[in-house]
Design a protein around this ligand. Sequence first.
Ligand code: HEC
Ligand code: HEC
Ligand code: HEC
Length: 425
Amino acid sequence: MSPRLRRFALATAVVVGIAAAGALAVMAGLFERSVVEASADAPLTPQQMKGLVERGRYLARAADCAACHTAPGGAPLAGGLAFPMPFGTLYATNITPDAETGIGRWTRAQFQRALRDGVAPRGHLYPAMPYVSYRQLTANDTDAIYAYVMSRPPIRQENRANSFPFDYVRPTLAFWNLLNLPARGFVPDTTRPNDWNRGKYLVDALGHCGECHTPRDLTLGMIAQRYLQGTRIENVDAPDVTPTGLLRMGFDAAALARYLPAGTGPQGVMNFSMYDVVHNSTRWLTKDDAAAMATYLTALQPMVSASLAAAPASTLPPAGRQTYLQLCSACHGVDGEGIAHVAPPMRTNASLRVSSPRNLLVVIADGLPERALPDGERYQAMPAFGHVLDDQQIADLATWLRGNWGGTSAAVRQVEVQAVRPKFP
Ligand code: HEC
Ligand code: HEC
Ligand code: HEC
């Protein structure tokens, strides 16, 4: 080997060696910062556990644990819900206190680390479990959730095997955490009032609203600079819920404080996965907590309201108006006023005001199921029109609705309709 080649080989070996040592160090957790205090190693007494159960029940609802840890029709918290990922399907696990198949043997510290560090006894958790958000939970609240979960009936149900050998990949999640897991937990902003801080805690830590409303980067980490600005989730859009986005949809603090627990109001009705958020979580919030959430989310809302003047009728497709009067007005009203307890109003509806027409098009094409809402409210089913109207008719209808009541003059295009209904050729 020539001296030059030898030097090159040596240099390469050194670089590879350093990289390998670095990778091992990351995977061994040398760079990981736990936010769990050492005091969590001391178990809680049975009396302490008992005293925390009711608060834990409330917090577990605010954190919506059941949404993911309960399979459709399955036993509460016994796991089994599927999470389709780009390379396979991951299943949420049994978190009932069954000693064999659930988390019955878990210590207080293990539970704290799973929720706030994303590390379980079996290794790193996938961020489908929203530990990036739960990292901000306080130690006390996490203890209360622990006490509540441990007070539930143990359910014997084996965890479903993941479709991909996710377990082999677990150690590499340490890299992901290096990029995407904040170093610290919740830090109150002492320059802000208490209800603002309480609201931020409810939104970021418990409610993990950003997990669906904040756009993600290529590593699938939430982009901090685009906090709550809205993103595609499954087939629909979770809208912009920054103060500006909320104002555009017609929410000030008072309106939002009513809408979050009710799931319906002049702004329409919560659909898709947001319906489940209301059903399992926000409906259980106390008045004060719902108000704090709304205060935080609308803080610094621009004072001038986003203009919602109707686009001039001459610029809107007359065919859209015709379709509305023929097919929609019987339920939603000739003037878009809706019918109380039957069909939501259109003229003040948030789904016509958001920047993307996608959710509106999905509702028109697929309809909505009959649903129960909090406080005994109930809506009938909304019929599907995907097989009745062609792409251009739906586009015209959507353009007219958005122009007339949504303050948006941009025309909805046929391709946007096609994108939401490949099943109707
Ligand atoms: C958005 C969905 C989602 C929510 C909400 C959620 N989880 Fe999870 N959780 C998961 C998934 C998926 C896994 C499995 C992750 C994996 O296999 O790496 C998991 C794993 C866990 C584990 C680890 C179990 C084990 O056997 O290693 C615990 C404990 C847990 N979750 C508790 C909770 C609690 C308590 C809450 C509410 C405060 C909660 N989760 C809310 C999706 C969720
Ligand atoms: C599981 C994903 C998910 C989570 C978590 C989530 N959202 Fe949503 N959100 C959505 C989707 C999807 C929509 C669009 C619903 C629609 O078009 O009706 C939405 C819509 C909304 C709207 C607009 C109202 C409407 O009728 O469309 C508000 C306000 C909102 N979310 C607030 C929140 C808050 C506050 C939280 C945290 C407590 C939260 N969301 C958590 C998915 C989510
Ligand atoms: C038979 C009565 C009926 C007819 C006809 C009808 N709708 Fe609906 N619509 C409903 C009901 C009821 C809901 C609420 C369903 C739910 O939340 O489960 C709804 C919901 C909606 C929503 C979602 C509103 C929101 O707040 O998110 C939109 C948009 C909508 N309809 C548009 C239309 C359009 C456009 C037409 C005509 C093509 C139409 N509807 C025809 C009854 C109807």
